[in-house]
Design a binder for this molecule. Structure first.
Ligand code: IPM
Ligand code: MN
Length: 352
């Protein structure tokens, strides 16, 4: 029997509630596919910070390195100033554990939940590979004359050849493995960001030509990309982009697939510890009410199994989620599903 050690960070707000449902489903999948998942829970998040002043102790970061995967609920607390937990927990983990890929599938499971007219599941099925360690997120830059009338703020976008290339290679390989249209679209802004995306574009074609001749290379500016997400989402197979653009376009992606209730992502270090999360946030106003949609967290669990190589178990969870989405829930939004958080978890578990 294969056994995996999983770190669990329920985190803030509705995070712990949705993670509980993800674990419920993972346990059924484990029994069915003869796996063993051993969970270690970490009490990290806004409440701990408010109580003890600790954001993410160094000892926890070094413990996390020993796990192949982390399941994360949500980070963000209404009583903590924005930035502290996001930078101190989420971004720090992404950077220190070198989770250099943020993988965000955009897949519509039922046309009832798509806000776009006449778009069906066959039109919305693409994946965004977001660079997760560089770009505008590194904190490079600073202030000059801060607080004075002539203050200057500089926020620099860092794009190393190594960082860009490893992201591109992952994206090309992912496109090959996915085997849908074998098309990789670079999303950038080569007409204005003529340094950063010059490097991206050269690396894209060099790597593609040399090592991935079977993959079609396509390019779209980021502004046009958002237009096509709405107009012609069926054009996309896999999209690769930098950290900031990836952050923005994947929120739009989440909406076209039915909203934050269903959108999941993985922060991936292909050789190390990866972290999987529903991308919707901590939803403080719904905390403890048993109304939040756990499907995104369940899909995060599915992505985790896929990452661990348990593709059959992952596929089975996805099939169950699709069935529950199509046949049971009335809406993917919190409080409107027609079922409670725990009931949706039960439905997926029973279907599985
Ligand atoms: C995301 C989030 C984070 C990001 C925030 C919370 C720091 O929006 O995972 O997309 O910007 O990456
Ligand atoms: Mn975001």
């Amino acid at each position: 029997m294969k056994s995996y050690n999983i770190a669990v960070i329920g985190g803030d707000g509705t995070g712990p509630e949705v993670v509980r449902e993800a674990i419920k489903v993972l346990d059924v999948a484990s029994a069915k596919f003869q796996l063993k998942l051993n969970y270690t829970h970490y009490d990290i998040g806004g409440d701990r910070y408010l109580k003890t002043g600790e954001v993410l102790p160094d000892s926890v970061i070094s413990e996390l390195r020993k796990f192949p995967a982390i399941l994360l609920g949500a980070i963000g607390h209404p009583e903590v100033k924005p930035g502290i937990l996001e930078k101190g927990i989420l971004l720090r983990t992404r950077f220190e554990l070198e989770q250099y890929i943020n993988l965000r599938p955009v897949k519509l499971y039922d046309e009832r939940f798509c806000p776009l007219k006449d778009k069906k599941p066959e039109h919305i099925d693409f994946v965004v590979v977001r660079e997760n360690n560089e770009g505008l997120y590194t904190g490079a830059g600073g202030f000059v004359f801060k607080g004075t009338p002539h203050e200057i703020a500089v926020q620099e976008s860092i794009n190393s050849r190594r960082g860009v290339e490893r992201c591109l290679r992952y994206a090309f390989e992912y496109t090959r493995k996915r085997n849908k249209d074998k098309k990789l679209t670079l999303c950038g802004k080569t007409n204005v960001l003529t340094f950063a995306f010059d490097l991206w574009e050269r690396a894209f074609h060099e790597v593609g030509q040399k090592d991935f001749p079977d993959i079609k290379r396509d390019y779209a500016h980021v502004d046009a990309t958002t237009m096509w997400f709405v107009k012609n989402p069926e054009w996309f197979d896999v999209i690769v982009t930098d950290n900031m653009f990836g952050d923005i376009i994947t929120d739009l992606g989440a909406m076209v697939q039915g909203g934050m209730g269903i959108a999941a992502g993985g922060n991936i270090n292909p050789e190390g510890t990866s972290m999987f999360e529903p991308i919707g946030g901590s939803a403080p106003k719904y905390t403890g009410m048993n109304v939040i949609n756990p499907l995104a967290a369940i899909c995060a669990g599915q992505m985790m199994l896929d990452f661990l190589g348990e593709t059959e178990a992952a596929k089975a969870i996805e099939t169950a989620v699709i069935k529950v989405t199509r046949e049971k829930v009335k809406s993917l939004a919190a409080g409107k599903m027609g079922y409670s958080t725990t009931e949706v978890g039960d439905l997926v578990a029973a279907t599985l």
